[in-house]
Ligand binder design. Structure first.
Ligand SMILES: NC(=O)c1ccc[n+]([C@@H]2O[C@H](COP(=O)([O-])OP(=O)(O)OC[C@H]3O[C@@H](n4cnc5c(N)ncnc54)[C@H](OP(=O)(O)O)[C@@H]3O)[C@@H](O)[C@H]2O)c1
Length: 288
């Protein structure tokens, strides 16, 4: 990569950020397209978020991808936002426009939607009941994606019931599927007849224990998606694959959420290809 003085600049802001695959993803596309630009990791602590964003705007950055713990703070500083961002109350993409105007988007939702469309039959979810495990930041984006795919119901199951209730209350003005909260102990009821299960807790991430839920209450025809992508095959997906369910890993969501970001930063819509997937799988396997 060779940069000129006119290179377009963008990055990912988070704390920590060293584990993020986004610099790999955007650098891959920059190399493919030959664009004069760079995408850099920006490790920034919570209390410095808005100062750093202002400084990046002054330094001519085109925008930033946003990860934990800044997604809600990023939403709060936007002058305009898309429906997914408003429903989620969080953004993962800030685009810097002229005169200090900041646009926020939540492309986690569209990224998951694109990944599910790629892996499931058309209308596989339309009019169907779905189950969402988790009620954190990512779960909000998942709910928006399920709304976009036409699910009739989202059954929310979370370790802390209160957080699931809050999620349902926050989402209900924005999305159409019926939102039903189940206690974890009612998991078999939540799973009954569901067309899709999306796991959106941080359990099962590298170094964290996996959720120990039984899969037999789900219909054999259900698909199981885990948005955790490190490890790529989580213990949940491993069990699901062995039991014969259709499985979808979290890398598709990650790749697709990067598409609108790259286009906004660098002016070209990049492609999600099997070669890109292999490249990122290799990066994940090598732990870099
Ligand atoms: N593929 C992608 O592109 C993509 C994008 C965004 C996020 N993600 C992944 O999504 C996951 C969640 O991220 P987040 O931002 O939503 O995190 P978060 O806001 O911190 O929420 C964490 C969620 O996990 C639950 N949880 C944590 N440990 C648990 C355990 N041991 N047992 C049961 N539930 C547990 C929490 O339940 P409580 O409410 O009870 O604490 C909460 O619902 C992360 O692994 C992240 O990497 C992937």
């Amino acid at each position: 990569m060779s940069l000129t003085g006119a290179a377009k600049l963008a990055g990912i802001i988070g704390w920590p950020v060293a584990q993020s695959l986004s610099p790999r993803l955007h650098s891959y596309w920059l190399n493919k397209t030959g664009i004069d630009g760079a995408f850099v990791p920006l490790p920034v602590q919570q209390e410095n978020f808005s100062t750093v964003v202002r400084a990046l705007m002054l330094a001519g950055f085109k925008g930033v991808s946003v990860t934990i713990p800044h997604k809600e703070a990023a939403f709060a500083i936007c002058h305009e936002s898309d429906l997914a961002a408003r429903a989620a109350g969080a953004v993962n993409l800030l685009i810097f426009h002229d005169k200090g105007r900041i646009e926020g988007r939540n492309s986690d939702a569209s990224g998951l939607g694109a990944s599910l469309r790629e892996n499931l039959a058309p209308n596989a979810i339309r009019g169907k009941s779905t189950v969402l495990l988790g009620a954190g930041g990512a779960a909000r984006a998942v709910a928006v994606a399920l709304h976009d795919l036409g699910a009739s119901e989202i059954r929310i199951v979370n370790r802390s019931r209160g957080r699931a209730d809050q999620l349902a209350a926050a989402l209900s003005p924005h999305i159409t599927p019926k939102l039903t909260v189940f206690d974890q102990s009612d998991w078999p009821k939540a799973a009954n007849g569901a067309a899709l299960l999306v796991h959106a807790t941080s359990a099962g991430m590298k170094g964290a224990r996996s959720l120990d839920i039984a899969l037999d209450p789900l219909p054999k025809t259900a698909a199981i998606c885990d948005i955790v992508y490190n490890p790529l095959e989580t213990p949940l997906l491993k069990r699901a694959r062995a039991a014969g369910f259709t499985v979808i890993d979290g890398l598709g969501m990650l790749m697709h959420q990067g598409v609108p970001a790259f286009e906004a930063f660098f002016g070209v819509a990049p492609k999600v290809t099997p070669e890109l997937r292999r490249y990122l799988e290799k990066a994940l396997a090598s732990g870099t």
